[in-house]
Design a protein around this ligand. Structure first.
Ligand SMILES: [Zn+2]
Length: 238
């Protein structure tokens, strides 16, 4: 057994006081009663009743208007937890590059707005995900990203950024591409939905080089040292 990996939380979400949430380490089981879709990198967002028992429907975002915890499972994709302080609704969203480009974040925000939220009442935390220090993409993929109308301010680096918080080697450059900032893309899409910048927290943890071992699907593809899904969940208190 390795030392217990930390359960990460968002100071911003914690400060709200009416909910519980966690970005669990790789391989740690979530609460039994979670609602969670069978994730397909789609823009589909459902209500918690449709995603309980877990994985009975295909969805990449789940919203709860009641105290049931909603969850997503990720490896290198963005786990995004959203709280609406107006209605006390919560959402969990799985947004990798593919799902983000397909519009899963605006889909989740729009559903919350339809349920009575306003952009000013939404608070968001983006959990551990692959960061630009380890996320190399080819120029062809960058072209696809930039041409997507939902991408209004893409951020990337032409040389690999150094991650001072790395606890193991960063990804090795392989395809002479660019180093893309996926968390920044998620943040930009939330800003474009008029959510105030001060209400969006991005946890500075890269699944490849600075999270607990076995967090990264991409690292496992390079080194075959195993990976396990990480669950992120959020729940309104009763
Ligand atoms: Zn990294």
């Amino acid at each position: 057994m390795q030392n217990a990996a930390p359960v990460r939380t968002s100071a911003l979400l914690t400060s709200l006081g009416w909910l519980d949430h966690a970005f669990l380490p790789a391989g740690i089981a979530p609460p039994e009663e979670i609602a969670c879709g069978h994730q397909r990198h789609s823009p589909t967002v459902v209500m918690s009743e449709e995603a309980f028992p877990r994985k009975q429907c295909e969805a990449d975002g789940v919203i709860a208007t009641d105290p049931r915890p909603v969850a997503v499972y990720t490896a290198d994709c963005l786990p995004v937890l959203i709280a609406d302080t107006r209605q006390h609704h919560v959402a969990a969203v799985h947004a990798g590059l593919k799902g983000a480009l397909a519009g899963v974040l605006p889909a989740a925000v729009n559903r919350l707005l339809a349920l009575g939220a306003t952009p000013e009442s939404l608070f968001v935390a983006i959990g551990p995900a692959i960061a630009p220090c380890c996320y190399e993409l080819g120029q062809d993929v960058l072209g696809t990203i930039i041409s997507n109308p939902r991408v209004t301010a893409p951020q990337w680096f032409s040389t690999q950024p150094i991650n001072l918080h790395a606890v193991r080697p960063q990804a090795e450059a392989k395809n002479q591409g660019i180093w893309f900032d996926l968390p920044a893309l998620g943040r930009q899409m939330l800003l474009d939905m008029k959510i105030p910048a001060a209400q969006i927290e991005v946890l500075p943890v890269c699944t490849y080089c600075s999270a607990e071992p076995q967090s990264s699907y991409r690292r496992n593809a390079h080194f075959s040292d195993g990976y396990a899904l990480r669950y992120s969940w959020i729940q309104r208190r009763t």
